[in-house]
Design a protein around this ligand. Structure first.
Ligand code: GCW
Length: 715
């Protein structure tokens, strides 16, 4: 072997060994060394017995086999009969013997996707049964059981009944047909349209498996800024191939529908939703899709928003558009997810108020297979936003929440930010729609208004990078999204703990500090980017790094100066009664709290108020000093994260350790960049010195303004 080949093969070996860990996500199934608790109860397990033979059940069986034998050493075999002392029995309830069924108890406590995991005695022999109403529930149960084992949880006397609280738990891929990903920071799109339908990339299977393991049951393959070509036979054939891969994993495929498709690919003169030919075109299109994909989920639509076509092009409204599409997919059980992310260049109103103003009057007017998809906040996926007022205001309309897993405004895949903390904050926010305790979670899981159709969407952070998400810790955001979509009442701490144990190590000396680091990371990014309620001050277009000075864009609401409104008197957007009165879109209890400068939570202060530089914060600092100290705190928090991570080497493989270490170093540098650029800029207005404890910038404001990122990803 030549020297060069030797070097190449050596690189390849070391690269693939650790890369595999990165690739395996939270399904590492590391060999257990000291996990007494688990092995004690599993050690005399002799076999896995499956009842049923669906593809879904086979996947579950293989997963148990892989997981348990990897973790416990090869000693568990698949058996065709119940014999020996201890077995794991899998199968839907009705496929099990009556004797076992009796032991399981009441299956009606769970829904069709739920599962029961129970330790039972059959003829005096111990068994663990994993069951559900359907095989997909069994599969979810298997992943849940494996998670217990992976994270060293006791599996003695199991008696678990769990079921998802929402119907549609879905990833939104903003993937274009040329494989670029809008706001994607993890490489190119997974969907290799050119090689589909005949070439099935192993990645599609691994993607489906990862999603199933956290209960995600839907995927929108294409960007909401849609291309009509996806609806042509040439592409539908490819979509069908993906749907076939995903089906046994319980994942339905959805597409984005470009509203003008009847014109662009249908040869019609109009896309007017009230035009008979247009209606017919969509009906036929739906029939064509369902012929290929009988369980096709439906369409996601961005209409009359940021230049996308929609019903308003024809003098119609969102209800007309959504209901027309709803009629087309209804005969097949399809759903229309209609986005409420609208704001208009012709509307001089506060952008934060526009979606509510436009949609709330439509409450109760949508067909029953329409669900309105609302972003978590009223502007746009900022590090912190108050919950979207629409969640408290449309009791007669199914609303699904849209989170952004990809970090468009939160440092791309370069910064470590654990998003479940953000998601949880929104879900737990009280809308007061029906008095105290009527949280966003209760609105979207349907318990508050008895909504039948429910859902949670997450804009995917997945690409074809080896580790899927660009940053090893961004995997936790995909994971956490799935877990919260399943159960919107889970807390971020639990999710961080689970994810770390399954992804890295069960060692307490690792899990405790690193979980704390993850939890802290969200507030850190708020502090070094947009403290005290600041928002949308990122640089133009790509949204990476600070750009509070930007004021030259054609639409006023695209400019950061529109949002922070810094001047000699102070800073912040007055959305109280004295300003745009956006506070009035909330229930009276919330309105009152936000409206009053004294009661407005300080972490939303500048979202709702224009506050004088000398205003006294609760801690006695002036606003200017408080703001500067928050920026510094953000920087310090990142330094603390680095300290924690630097002590973890012995628990983490080399490659992932170094990846995270390098990324945290960049994050630290960029936290300082944010602090310095923003404070220098705002200082022009406050005309005040930095308080003690805040480091001075070594660069000038002009230097920060001069930075350009022409090829920033995702743009
Ligand atoms: O956050 C903004 C993004 C756009 C995106 C839009 C949306 C897909 O900057 O890239 O377009 O929101 O959510 O529709």
């Amino acid at each position: 072997m030549s020297f060069l080949r030797l070097v190449i093969s050596f690189c390849f070996i070391s690269f693939s060994a650790s890369a595999q860990k990165d690739y395996k996500l939270w399904l590492q199934y590391e060999k257990k060394i000291n996990a007494k608790l688990v092995t004690n109860y599993l050690q005399d397990i002799q076999g896995i017995v499956a009842f049923g033979n669906s593809e879904t059940l086979k996947i579950g069986l293989n997963e148990l086999d892989l997981g348990l034998n990897n973790m416990l050493g090869n000693k568990i075999s698949m058996k065709s009969k119940l014999e020996g002392d201890k077995n794991i029995i899998i199968g839907s309830k009705e496929s099990l013997s009556l004797e076992i069924q009796k032991e399981i108890g009441n299956i009606d406590q769970i829904n069709d996707e739920g599962f029961i995991i129970k330790s039972i005695l059959i003829k005096n022999k111990k068994q663990i049964v994993i069951t559900g109403k359907k095989d997909i529930g069994v599969l979810y149960g298997i992943y849940s059981f494996l998670r217990l084992v992976q994270s060293d949880k006791s599996i003695k006397n199991l008696n678990i009944a769990d079921a998802p609280k929402t119907n549609i738990r879905i990833l939104n891929h903003w993937d274009n047909l040329d494989r670029t990903v809008e706001r994607g920071y993890a490489g190119f799109s997974l969907w290799n349209w050119q090689k589909l339908p005949d070439f099935i990339d192993q990645r599609y299977i691994d993607y489906a498996r990862a999603n199933a393991s956290i209960g995600i049951n839907g995927t929108v393959l294409t960007n909401v800024n849609a291309n009509a070509l996806i609806l042509t036979p040439q592409y539908l054939e490819k979509v069908e191939a993906l749907a076939n891969v995903f089906r046994p994993y319980g994942i339905k495929v959805y597409l984005t529908a470009r509203f003008s498709a009847p014109i662009e690919i249908g040869g019609l003169k109009t896309a007017d939703p009230k035009d008979a030919e247009v209606m017919n075109w969509w009906k036929n299109k739906a029939a064509e899709i369902y012929k290929r994909i009988p369980d096709f989920g439906g369409f996601l639509v961005k209409a009359n928003s940021e230049g996308q076509p929609g019903p308003q092009n024809y003098g119609r409204d969102h209800v007309d558009g959504a209901n027309m599409l709803a009629d087309a997919v209804a005969p097949f059980g399809g759903v229309i997810m209609w986005r409420a992310f609208v704001y208009s260049e012709h509307d001089a109103n506060d952008r934060a108020k526009q979606a509510y103003a436009e949609f709330v009057p439509y409450d109760g007017k949508f067909k029953e297979n329409v669900i309105v998809q609302v972003k978590n906040g009223a502007i746009d996926f900022q590090p912190r936003e108050p919950f979207h007022p629409m969640f408290g205001a449309m009791p007669k309309t199914p609303l699904m929440i849209e989170f952004q897993i990809t970090q468009e405004y939160l440092g791309f895949s370069t910064h470590l930010v654990f998003l479940p903390k953000l998601f949880q904050e929104v879900l737990a926010s009280d809308t007061y729609q029906k008095g105290e305790g009527t949280t966003v979670a209760k609105v979207i899981d349907g318990t508050l208004n008895k909504t039948k159709l429910t859902g949670i969407a997450g804009v995917s952070n997945i690409g074809n990078d080896l580790n899927w998400t660009g940053h090893p810790f961004a995997q936790a955001n995909w994971y956490g999204f799935g877990r919260l979509a399943w159960n919107p009442y889970l807390d971020a701490e639990t999710i961080a703990d689970e994810w770390l144990r399954c992804t890295f190590s069960n060692n307490e000396n690792f899990v405790k500090p690193v979980a704390a680091m993850m939890i802290e990371s969200r507030e850190a990014v708020v502090n070094y980017m947009t403290p005290l309620g600041l928002h949308h001050i990122m640089d133009t277009g790509h949204h990476y790094g600070p750009g509070p000075w930007v004021s030259n864009l054609s639409r006023p609401e695209w400019n950061p100066v529109y949002y922070h409104k810094a001047d000699k008197n102070g800073i912040g957007f007055d959305r109280s009664k004295t300003g745009t009165n956006a506070t009035a879109q909330y229930a009276p209890e919330i309105e009152k709290t936000f409206d009053n400068l004294e009661t407005c939570p300080e972490n939303e202060l500048l979202w709702f108020h224009h506050v004088s530089w000398d205003y006294k914060l609760k801690n006695g600092q002036t606003l200017w000093n408080g703001l500067a100290l928050k920026y510094q705190e953000g920087v310090n928090q990142v330094a603390a994260m680095q300290n924690i991570w630097n002590k973890t080497h012995k628990y983490v493989d080399d490659e992932r350790f170094k990846e995270v270490q390098m990324l945290l170093e960049i994050q630290y540098k960029e936290a300082k960049w944010w602090r310095d650029a923003c404070l220098l800029y705002f200082q022009q207005y406050s005309e005040k010195e930095l308080p003690l404890g805040v480091e001075k910038s070594t660069q000038s404001l002009d230097y920060f303004k001069s930075l350009k990122f022409p090829f920033a990803p995702g743009n």
